[in-house]
Structures are given as C-alpha cells and as structure tokens.
Write a protein that binds this ligand. Structure first.
Ligand code: NDP
Ligand code: AKG
Length: 430
C-alpha cells in the first residue's frame, strides 16, 4: 500500500475527467479532499502501558449526500491511502446512484497483535476522537479490511454514549441485534457475483467452463468465491495474507472456509461432516495467483497489486475488482489494449455500500426488511448499474472503468450545479 496510491487515483480522475463532458471545475473539485482528520489514539494496553495509534477519517466530497465509507485497521494505513479510498467511495456511490458522498477512515495498527479488550478500547477511542465529524446525517462509517460487525457495534455504542441518544444510523455493518441489516454480511461478494451473472448472460457462459482465481479470503473474497462455487464456477485458486493454493480441477469453497475458520489458514482440503482431508494442489504465492491462466481474476485483498511490474504476465480475460484499487492507473490503457476487461471496484464491490445504505434507511425508518427484500433490491441496483456502465462502454468504446467514472462525474456535476450559486467549492462542510 504505497503512499503513491492517492496520486495514482488523482491521475486517473484527471485523465478520465478530460473526456467525460463535465465542467472542469467539477473535476478539479474531485482533486481536493474536503477534510481529513488525523488523530492520535491513546490506548491502555492489557499490561498497563499506554500505546498511541495514528487514526484518520477523510470526508472527501459531499455533493451527493452525507459522506460514507469504511474504516480500515492495517499496519500500512496512511493518509494518502485513506484519501484515495475516500475518493473511490465518492465515485462508487455516484455510480450506483446512492444519496451519499465519499469518506473513509483507518488506523495504522496490526489488529492481529491486539487482545480483544485492546481492540475494543482502540475502537472506542477512534469514535471519541472522530465524534465531531461522524453522525447519521454527516459521515457514516462501516467495515473495511480487518474491521467487522463486532467493531461496528462497539463504535455505535461509544457514539451513543457520547451523544446520550440512540443513533443506529451513525454506522452500518452492525450486528443485527443492534440494528444491522440482514444481507450486509455477504453484500460485497454478492454484488460482485451479481456483476459476474450479468457477464454470464452477455457471453452465454457455462459456469463449469469458467476458471476463477480469488486473491484474499475475507469478507469480500470469501462470499464472492462461495456464491460462484454454488453456481458451478470452478474456483481454481484462493489465497490469504500467507499465500495461496491452486488446482485446475477446482476447490470446494465451503471446506476451505471451514478449515480457515479453524486454523486461520487457507488449506487445500475437502471436508466431510467429521473430517477435513488434504486434496491435490500446488502452493502458490499471491503474486503467482495474479498470473494464473484463468477466465476471471478476483483481487479481493489490497490495492496496487497489478501495475507495470506484472501487467505483461496477467492472463485472465476479466478482472473483477472486489478490492479497492487493485489495478494501478498506468496500466488501464495496457489492459484495455490487451482486451483484458476490468469490472472496476467502483461497480464490482458496490454491493457492500448499497446494503449499508439499506441498513441506514431501515435505521431511519425504524422498520427492518427481510432478507429477500434486501437481496432483491440489491439485485435491481447492481443489474441496472452494471448495464448502464456496460452500455456506455460499448457505445463509446470506453473501458468499463472509464464508463463508470464518466457516469459518476456527470451525476456529481449535476448535483454541484443543482446546489446553486453559492460558492460550493469553498464551503458546504455539512
Ligand atoms: N468489507 C466490505 O464491505 C468491503 C470491502 N471492500 C474491499 O475489499 C477488500 C478486502 O476487504 P475485506 O474482504 O472486507 O477484508 P477482510 O479483512 O475481511 O479480509 C481481508 C482478506 O485479505 C487477505 N489479505 C491481507 N493481506 C493480503 C495480501 N497481502 N495478499 C493477499 N491477501 C491478503 C486477508 O488474509 P488473512 O485472513 O490471512 O488476514 C483476508 O483474507 C479491500 O480492498 C476492501 O477495501 C470493498 C467494498 C466493501
Ligand atoms: O459499507 C459502506 O458504507 C462502505 C464500504 C466500503 O468501505 C467500500 O465500499 O469500500
């Protein structure tokens, strides 16, 4: 996660923005984050000492609504990365038509080294520092890498403690018992799966002929792999932070998940009810996984994994970006020329924020939807958004990323215009 990622994200906005048919001032406004708050979080450790962690929350742009985006816990979190992630949230929410701007947060920490109590104190400390900028109408966090519903529950609880009122809409991805939505747990992977179903229709694919490699086996990667496996796609490679496994005959995803839950590692196993047995496979690195000869490559871990250093070795026909920012901008044109099609992050992983939006709507109305309603509405938004992007890409010979950004810029531009004559670019920190 290089600090260059933000410059890379800006370069892409500038390049695509030039041909999007949008006022240059709108594109310029996207080159500047509205506000990034940096805080030091003092945390009492279990041994009685105090450690300080650096935390960020960026509210990037709120032309379309309150800012929205996850909170990442990772040792390499830094300000430029958080800003890049917040910029992508701004574009993503516009691509799928949500009434949100973009934000993102993070803490520079290795959460695997903290005890549960330390993690809870850290998470509560984050909310104490950020309480002035988050709120159900202003900035609404959610989970991202190495954060989860339990952490969202602690954060909501801390916020309610500070404001002395119930405020479930301040954060999404919460436990169901605290106002979370059914269907948020697998929404990111399901949204990507729904994009692949659209591709399946367009190309007339037979799922059992399609080989898929998935990098990252967390919330996004696991559910995408599980749903594709259930439909009959061949999941030939899976990895986590320690490396990956590969077999051309495909893996049984539920078995691998069961073993990952048990041992914390991705292992090539097939499990019956009582026992998991090893199956034939190769052990591969995360770099090798990206270079496999597959039909669909799903990077679902971290940003910047495909760039000039490896683009010549990429063999997949489709890259479906479940991770945010896995492909660097300087290889967009190379991939387009090689006819390696990218379903961009701002579309492919938008299922997560879409169901977060549903959660927020449910919290505000005080009425919980059933799972069928959530999934049906997610399906409608994903299918409509996918086809809008696809149609623009086909009709104007743009890449899908270019088309998605173009649609987003136009929507943001319309909102900026509709805000009126006030000097929008200098104010509006609502
Ligand atoms: N959660 C969400 O709702 C959304 C997530 N995303 C994006 O999806 C991506 C993954 O997020 P999410 O699934 O939530 O995160 P999780 O924390 O649930 O899982 C992360 C996964 O990535 C693996 N991983 C970590 N580092 C590496 C590495 N260097 N190489 C390969 N794998 C690695 C982890 O391995 P291990 O298990 O060994 O730690 C884990 O399997 C991120 O880019 C995130 O921004 C996008 C939209 C929404
Ligand atoms: O669910 C959300 O609000 C945001 C999820 C997120 O951080 C993302 O889409 O990258």
């Amino acid at each position: 996660m290089s600090e260059q990622i933000y410059q890379d994200a800006l370069a892409r906005v500038r390049e695509i923005g030039e041909n999007a048919g949008v006022n240059a001032e709108v594109i310029e406004s996207l080159m500047h984050p509205m506000r990034t708050m940096i805080a030091s979080l003092p945390v009492r450790m279990d041994d009685g000492s105090t450690e300080y962690f650096t935390a960020y929350r960026c509210r990037y742009n709120n032309a379309l609504g309150p800012t929205k985006g996850g909170i990442r816990y990772h040792p390499e979190v830094n300000q430029p990365e958080v800003q890049a992630l917040a910029l992508w949230m701004t574009i993503k929410c516009a691509v799928v038509g949500l009434p949100y701007g973009g934000g993102k947060g993070g803490i520079t920490v290795d959460p695997k080294k903290l005890s549960r109590m330390e993690l809870e104190r850290l998470s509560r400390s984050y909310v104490r520092q950020m309480a002035d900028i988050i709120s159900p109408d202003r900035d609404i966090p959610a989970p991202d890498v190495y954060t989860n519903e339990r952490i969202m529950g602690w954060m909501m609880d801390e916020y309610e403690h500070i404001t002395r009122q119930k405020a479930p809409g301040v954060i999404t991805g919460k436990p169901i018992s605290l106002g979370g939505s059914l269907g948020r747990d697998d929404a990111t992977g399901r949204g990507a799966y729904m994009c692949i179903l659209e591709l399946e229709k367009k190309h007339g694919w037979n799922p059992s002929d399609i080989k898929v490699a998935v990098q990252g086996f967390g919330n996004g990667g696991y559910h995408a792999a599980r749903l594709l496996h259930e439909r009959g796609y061949k999941i030939v490679a899976i990895s986590d932070s320690r490396g990956g496994i590969h077999s051309d005959s495909g893996f049984d995803v539920p078995s691998i998940y069961k073993e990952k839950q048990r041992s914390r590692q991705v292992k090539a196993v097939y499990c019956t009810q009582s026992v998991c047995e090893q199956v034939e496979h190769n052990t591969i690195s995360n770099e090798q996984l990206l270079e496999l000869d597959v039909d669909i490559l799903i990077p679902a871990a971290l940003d910047g994994v495909i760039g000039k250093h490896n683009v010549d070795k990429i063999k997949a026909n489709y890259i479906v970006e479940v991770a945010n920012g896995p492909v660097l901008s300087d290889v967009d044109a190379i991939l387009h020329d090689k006819e390696i099609h990218v379903v961009p992050d701002v579309l492919a992983n938008a299922g997560g924020v879409t169901v977060s939006y549903f959660e927020w709507v449910q919290n505000r109305s005080g009425y919980a939807w059933d799972l069928d309603t959530v999934q049906e509405r997610l399906g409608k938004i994903m299918s409509k958004s996918f086809n809008e992007v696809w149609d623009l890409a086909k009709s104007e010979n743009r890449s899908m990323r270019n088309a998605a950004y173009t649609l987003a810029f136009r929507r943001i531009g319309e909102a900026v215009g509709a805000h009126g004559t006030r000097d929008y670019f200098n104010s509006s920190d609502a």
